[in-house]
Design a protein around this ligand. Structure first.
Ligand SMILES: Cc1ncc(C[n+]2csc(CCOP(=O)(O)OP(=O)(O)O)c2C)c(N)n1
Ligand SMILES: [Mg+2]
Length: 232
């Protein structure tokens, strides 16, 4: 499994892996400006997207959830003829969702991809790995809005993506649509992001570093094996 990346969760056949959706954006929106929020989706976007120079807008280290949508608005206003894609998380998106009104008002054709794992995934991963699976305030299932209904309330078209077979079709509809578009991607809830540095450890002790490369091989790797066996 050397030089392999964890793209597909092998446990459930037609389940949707967040990495695979993000990887698919390379084909459907090649050359776009990409913005992200903060969390696992941000890391996977950094790992799996082929981004042109000066086309990457992400708040990076000490980053701020809620950055993605207003950053996409700025990019779209600056580059009205370019494709702008906001990759967000189900929690991050709720920090600045009122900006859907701005998008609607100015008819900005921004494409919003919500990687909806029903968790503050990055927080969940840390609680799983370093806090004895004591999950505290990281589950988003109860109380999260229906993102399609939300988009519709602002007059924005949307689709739900909940299986692998539909990825290409839903992305095509999204990028063929003239105006703004939101996709609620119902991905597997328990996918983890590597490499990662444990608290108190140095970068030379990253977990999962040898397994995670920018190779595009679509191999089946269980990330739970990596976590429980602490494979580095
Ligand atoms: C304003 C703000 N509050 C808290 C954090 C700490 N934080 C980093 S990632 C994260 C959870 C993000 O969840 P989600 O947007 O669903 O992304 P996922 O990790 O699930 O992809 C939190 C709370 C932050 N970066 N910014
Ligand atoms: Mg999430």
């Amino acid at each position: 499994m050397e030089n392999a990346v964890s793209i597909i969760n092998s446990k459930e056949k037609n389940s949707l892996s967040p990495q695979e959706i993000i990887f698919s954006l390379n084909t459907s929106s090649s050359g776009a400006y990409f913005t992200t929020d903060v969390g696992q989706h941000q890391m996977w976007a950094a790992q799996f997207l082929n981004v042109l120079p000066r086309h990457w807008l992400s708040s990076a280290g000490l980053g701020t959830m809620g950055y993605g949508l207003p950053a996409a608005i700025g990019a779209q206003v600056a580059h009205p003829d370019s494709t702008v894609v906001c990759i967000s998380g189900d929690a991050s998106f709720q920090m600045n969702l009122q900006e859907l009104a701005t998008i609607s008002q100015y008819k900005l054709p921004i494409k919003i991809i919500i990687i909806n794992n029903k968790w503050q995934g990055m927080v969940r991963q840390w609680q799983q790995a370093f806090y004895g699976q004591r999950y505290s305030h990281s589950n988003m299932e109860c109380g999260s809005p229906n993102f399609q209904v939300l988009a519709s309330a602002f007059g924005i078209d949307s689709r739900m993506l909940d299986n692998r077979d539909s990825i290409d079709d839903v992305l095509k509809i999204c990028f063929d649509t003239q105006g703004p578009f939101l996709i609620d991607c119902q991905v597997t809830e328990d996918e983890n992001c590597y490499p990662m540095v444990a608290p108190g450890k140095s970068n030379s002790q990253m977990i999962g570093v040898h397994k995670q490369t920018r190779s595009l091989n679509m191999n089946l790797v269980s990330s739970e094996d990596k976590l429980t066996n602490n494979i580095g």
